[in-house]
Design a protein around this ligand. Sequence first.
Ligand code: AMP
Ligand code: MG
Length: 349
Amino acid sequence: MKTKVAMLSENAVDKRIINDAALKIRDGGIVAFPTETVYGLGADALNEKAVAKIFEAKGRPQDNPLIIHVADFNIDEYVTEVPDMAKDIMQKFWPGPITIILNKKEIVPSITSAGLDTIGIRMPQNNIARELIKASGVPIAAPSANISGRPSPTDMESCVEDLDGKVDYIIGGENSIVGVESTIVDCTVNPICVLRPGAVTLEMLQTVDSNAYIDPAILSKPKEDFRPKAPGMKYRHYAPKAPVKIVSGEIDKVVAKISEMVLNYNEQDKKVGVIATDETKDLYKNQIVVSLGSRENLNDIGKNLFKVLRSFDSMDVNIILCEAFEEVGVGTAIMNRLKKSAGFDILEV
Ligand code: AMP
Ligand code: MG
């Protein structure tokens, strides 16, 4: 398949390109586009055949549901009921990086929700994304625009790397400003429950529902028979080619431990990549070190995370060692993605 690629700017969205891509969506095609969280791969959420193409292009397991993206606050057409708590979340955080789970209506085909009776809905903040949804005139089902299992793309180049030749259109834009996928909150239950941490943090959600909590199942290593409420959480994800190991503890001890591990691996002729921070990057000698940004700015760390994970693929490293972050605020989302990319291989020092 020949993929059309076009670069847009969020501040001056070229309507001709948007209309061209929207036509593809209406015709049952698939289009990658930027959002503030990560790039998405979209299709008409109400068209079974179109949605099937997303699963095929990504190699995504059929039991992993898609989030539908809307550009209008009126979502009554797709869900049976919008509880007050969900309305509050929409009012406070939409458009933005949060997906709400509600009970779906028949109109949303089963393939989109992977057989579930519920559906995740989000209104993205990114202008290009919202213009595309509006021009398409349909809700757009869109998972992250990567081959399944790989780190999610936060820039156009990563989308092209994974999807060129597999999709109808790739619309580029600025790099994603959030960098980790949306928070997912189940609003079919009371209290509301976070199924995936993201930039809208638990602390922020507790201003809507003081009893909001994070599904404990997603915070630790999944058991064999693990059936999380967000099906995607059971898959290995965000993984670069080399295995990742996280080292957690007081930062001085972490730096010392990683340095010692590097020496050991080097003795075994293994090439190591270190994921560090601005505060620590100069403390590691004689190896590949990439900084995620300053520990003072966790938003920046989130923004850079997937690109840094991807960057090791072209550096031919045998192993990646990564410093841990405190699990508060956005740190919870960052550690959730890191732990998954490491297959929960964490060393406490
Ligand atoms: P992605 O867009 O690739 O980040 O994937 C979307 C994720 O949202 C999936 O992996 C699911 O875990 C989660 N999700 C989507 N719809 C639902 C739903 N109805 N209930 C629970 N989780 C969902
Ligand atoms: Mg994904």
